[in-house]
Design a binder for this molecule. Sequence first.
Ligand SMILES: [Zn+2]
Length: 53
Amino acid sequence: MREIIKLACIGCEHPGKSAYFTTKNKKTSKEKLVVRKYCKFCRKHVEHKETKV
Ligand SMILES: [Zn+2]
């Protein structure tokens, strides 16, 4: 079963301002997802960490 997860910028003062949504298979990936994505608030590529939706 694929679960919807939220990737929130870890560089922002208020986490969750810049967020990307994706899905993942909970059974195959138990590790927390960390993806480098562009944050328009930080104006650079920042790591986005998995958080609860
Ligand atoms: Zn940011």
